[in-house]
Design a protein around this ligand. Sequence first.
Ligand SMILES: *Cc1c(COP(=O)(O)O)cnc(C)c1O
Length: 381
Amino acid sequence: MKMRYFDHAATTRVKKEVLDKMFPYFVEQYGNPSSLYKLGRIARVGVEEARKNVANLINCDRNEIIFTSGGTESDNTALKGIMHLEKNKGKHMITTKIEHPAILHTCERLEEEGYQITYLNVNKEGIIELEELNNAIRKDTVLLSIMFANNEIGSIQPIERIGEIANKRGIIFHTDAVQACGNVEIDVKKMKIDMLSLSGHKIGAPKGIGALYVNKSIEFKKFIDGGHQERDKRAGTENVPGMIGLGEACKIAKENMEEHIKQLTELRDEYISRIKDEIVDIQINGSMEKRLPGNSNISFKGVNGNELLMKLDERGICASAGSACSSGSGSPSHVLTAIGLPSEYAEGTLRVTLGEDNTKEDINYLVESLTEIIKEIRTSE
Ligand SMILES: *Cc1c(COP(=O)(O)O)cnc(C)c1O
């Protein structure tokens, strides 16, 4: 049976061009970038070129990019780094109720350490209210961390306006842009973003590589002790092939952005409109305008999400429930709770996230399968 992959928010296939670019750095240009001889210098030049490509995707300086092991490490590092650094100035930060666990669980840890955190609500579309943000800012607020785009419902926050507020009030602004990178235009200068997390495996590079952008005005402390790698911030011999891969994926993402957005938006809109035509008692979650191009999140009333996923799996379809993290736990995801979705809908939620490999034929197969499966589940109850 043919496998059909509709879970690009969970991870993506490594692009062939990315793998081709990485390969020589495993077997030929395997030098340590810290070594002074030619083999080392070649690796170092490769890493710096990759850094430049990552920087170009978000319009920052090459020197403002620190490679990490992925989105989770970037998020942890940004939040803990700033709160510890600024603790004499203030111990309050602001985030939202719909962040990825990499942010939310880091916040829990910070609360245990005595920091105070405000979690902003979102409206029905999964977007924060700027007035609530303004009111949440205190004298001792030092950090604002708001995700660029949500991994479950795809909602995109008004990042430029948030950046303006943070800048005006003298607060450091971090954004988890793991889902947004490569899917939305990002300009950290224009959007007044001070720190940004991104991850390789969501954009066609391997798992285990990511980056953190830190604006040069921030005196970020070294967070892994050891040698002097990564501009003396994150010690340890570089994951050279991973960095090369991330650089290449960022370069491709920048070149293909417009076409990529157009292709995914068209497919997604077709999927959503056909589901609306074919199936009753559904709820489309998130915003239709402020939404990631490849994201759809639909709840089917009176349907068990896990049963739905299993039946899709039997037909070779890879998709996700409301959230990978709450699957099996039986409780609806924190994001669906935050947008106020009633539980008879939330329990039957399907996230379909598209990528460049998906075709119209895939969408046909998905819609036909879903229509049959939902009917089957609903009549058996
Ligand atoms: C996937 C994801 C992460 C985690 O990134 P990893 O590289 O898997 O650690 C963080 N935030 C968001 C929004 C994500 O989608």
